[in-house]
Design a protein around this ligand. Structure first.
Ligand code: PLP
Length: 400
């Protein structure tokens, strides 16, 4: 298959999801599988459901509708507060929505009433990351509002950390969530079924805490797809970090000086380099260009073991240092971080290849996995992946 592509290995995603579902299950926690990074791709959704997630979560109603049109009937959670302009679609797609605004809840209730439905809501509470959610003092007012509207049903209370400010889920903030839930239950004489404690950043807390409290659900995206802990991007033991890889094609490979020459102004992306100090002069090096750029991915978020280094990128060119000439047409494979994945998934120029379809040309597999420098061997299941380094570094090692 030609062109720049994302290879998406459903077996590895399934392994990751099953492993996380089992680990969480041992702590009494269910998993909502978050599909947004793969745009609600129905085969991914089915893979997650088969792996045992209790619900699917997505931030975009378009992705939820896509999954519904593909006849996926699992419970779905809209993990971003509804836009007023999309209220009808949200109610009609039989979605649970996260909420923190009284007016939006009233609009959801009105739309649900018109359709003769009851709409489920999860009220989000702010616990320090300063993204979304009501502050603790306002939680009772919002819950009271939901309970007074007969076409709404309080399905759960949730929180989200480690997204805007990287605030870590700890016993302190998770205990606070449990206390808030119990206070709501005592005040309103109800039982809150789902207490959704957060995202992939909660996994370390979940596995190690002595106080799981009332938390009985996590919403997981990055850990399932990329096998990494968002708090430090380290691999999570037992998970594949190469379930999704970006494969690009070499279009040029020449020996060139390390340093640019001529008068230096801003680059295409507004960077001004000091040509005299920017980088050590290591003389001529092999500079190999892959046909991929900022329009296709985040070049600063591609990962590899030593073997090559990203020197720079423009909209359409990814410039690597390699130890030797690499023939045009050779494919080079990268592990992706979350930012690279999001951009590649949404680029129309990146082919998405799901499953086990094999390409025909030889591929230089740039992988963290020891002893897997070529793409020929299938990686063993559930191998612990050693620490990766970002490829944006100097001093490339040979590409084997
Ligand atoms: C509310 C909410 N829950 C869960 C997730 C999933 O986060 P992660 O991919 O870190 O597991 C996100 C982000 O995508 C989110 O915004």
């Amino acid at each position: 298959m030609s062109g720049l592509r994302l290879d998406i290995d459903l077996d590895k995603i399934s392994d990751n999801a099953r492993h996380l579902v089992d680990s969480a299950g041992s702590r009494g926690v269910s998993i909502t599988g978050v599909t947004k990074a793969l745009l609600g791709e129905p085969r991914i959704a089915r893979t997650l459901v088969a792996a045992g997630v209790v619900a699917l979560g997505d931030s975009r109603i378009e992705n939820i509708e896509r999954m519904r049109h593909a006849h996926i009937s699992a419970p779905m959670l809209l993990i971003r507060s509804p836009m007023r302009s999309q209220i009808d679609r949200i109610v009609r797609s039989n979605t649970i929505s996260v909420n923190s605004e009284l007016d939006v809840l009233s609009a959801l209730a009105a739309a649900a009433r018109v359709c003769g439905r009851v709409h489920d809501v999860m009220v989000m509470v702010e616990l320090g990351d300063l993204r979304d959610g009501v502050v603790a003092n306002d939680l009772h007012a919002v819950v009271r509002h939901v309970l007074r509207l007969p076409s709404l049903r309080l399905q759960g209370i949730g929180t989200n950390l480690a997204c805007r400010n990287g605030i870590e889920p700890t016993d302190d903030n998770m205990d606070e969530l449990s206390r808030l839930v119990e206070a709501v239950e005592a005040t309103f004489h109800i039982h809150v079924d789902m207490v959704s404690g957060g995202n992939s950043a909660n996994l370390g807390w979940m596995m190690n805490t002595q106080h799981i409290g009332r938390v009985n659900n996590l919403r997981l995206g990055e850990s399932v797809l990329l096998g990494r802990n968002p708090l430090d991007r380290e691999p999570i033991e037992g998970l594949h970090t190469d379930a999704i890889t970006l494969v690009g094609e070499v279009i040029e490979s020449h020996r060139k000086p390390t340093r640019p020459w001529g008068r230096s102004r801003q680059s295409a992306f507004g960077e001004a380099l000091d040509v005299s100090h920017h980088q050590d002069d290591r003389g001529e090096i092999w500079q190999t260009i892959v046909a991929a750029g900022r329009q296709d991915t985040d070049p600063d978020d591609l990962l590899s073991a030593p073997g090559l280094a990203v020197l720079g990128a423009s909209s359409d060119h990814l410039i690597l240092e390699t130890s030797a000439k690499v023939s045009p047409g050779t494919e080079i494979r990268f592990e992706v971080g979350y930012s690279a994945l999001l951009r590649s998934m949404t680029s129309p120029f990146v082919i998405k290849r799901l499953g086990d379809e094999q390409g025909t040309r030889s591929t230089v597999a740039v992988s963290s996995r020891r002893g897997s420098a070529t793409g020929a061997a299938r990686a063993p299941k559930l191998t612990l992946v050693p620490k990766l380094s970002a490829v944006r570094s100097h001093g490339a090692q040979p590409v084997e």
